[in-house]
Write a protein that binds this ligand. Structure first.
Ligand code: FMN
Length: 209
């Protein structure tokens, strides 16, 4: 079931990142041909190996893309291939003070795949990975976010999971339509719709213009 979010409290007048260049929608006219920038937050699921499908779809839809992987998620992707595809380094750890920001500011964020672990920590406001730090702050900055959990039914049965999705929904996070697969099965990779990220986030971007 796809949840419909309430209006985002910060969407009407989004805050700007404290440093870095302004978001695309606030650039002067002559710069508005710049492509919107999508962060893809990748968590530690087997299906993460296919994240290139989302990157390709987003680039074909005229987005620029940067990947932020959780530390565990890094082990599930072909980092070299992802960096070659996006043209940006994968972010996973915090930079040192004074180091340049490796990615432009995000215009939208897709969390795909989203683990049980990251969904629950994000909803609880835990920020112990760079990915979670970005997600926790993005809410207050009014950046559109969509999450695409890939969990099994045993994980989804934990009471914390439904509560976390409710919290994220209340925050205005769009939630993907994937229904949990049976535990210990091969998963439902063929049912996981990477392109749903663009279907959910593109209208959000237009609304912010
Ligand atoms: C091979 C393998 C596959 C996994 N698949 C999933 C999965 O599909 N969904 C999930 O929520 N966790 C899955 N996990 C567990 C997560 O990797 C684990 O909870 C991890 O701590 C998540 O870290 P992250 O949320 O920071 O990415 C898997 C673990 C392994 C070793």
């Amino acid at each position: 079931m796809k949840l419909q979010p309430p209006p985002h409290p910060a969407r009407a007048a989004p805050l700007q990142p404290s440093t870095g260049s302004p978001r695309v929608s606030d650039q002067p006219d002559q710069q508005q041909t710049k492509k919107p920038f999508l962060y893809v937050v990748v968590c530690a699921c087997g299906i993460a190996r296919d994240v290139g499908k989302l990157i390709t779809a987003a680039q074909e839809a005229n987005w620029d893309v940067g990947v932020v992987a959780t530390p565990q998620g890094l082990g599930f992707i072909d980092a070299e291939a992802v960096e070659a595809q996006t043209g940006y380094p994968i972010r996973s750890a915090w930079r040192l003070p004074g180091d340049p920001r490796p990615l432009p500011p995000a215009d939208a964020i897709a969390v795909a795949p989203a683990t049980f672990n990251t969904i629950n920590k994000w909803a609880a406001g835990i920020s112990d990975t760079l990915a979670l730090g970005i997600l926790c702050e993005a809410y207050g900055m009014g950046i559109p976010i969509a999450a695409f959990p890939y969990v099994n039914a045993a994980q989804a049965a934990h009471p914390a999971y439904a509560r976390s999705l409710d919290v994220l929904h209340e925050m205005g996070v769009l939630i993907g339509s994937y229904e949990p697969h049976e535990p210990k099965a091969d998963g439902g990779a063929e049912r996981y719709r990477w392109e749903e990220a663009l279907e959910l986030l593109t209208p959000e971007l237009s609304a912010a213009d």
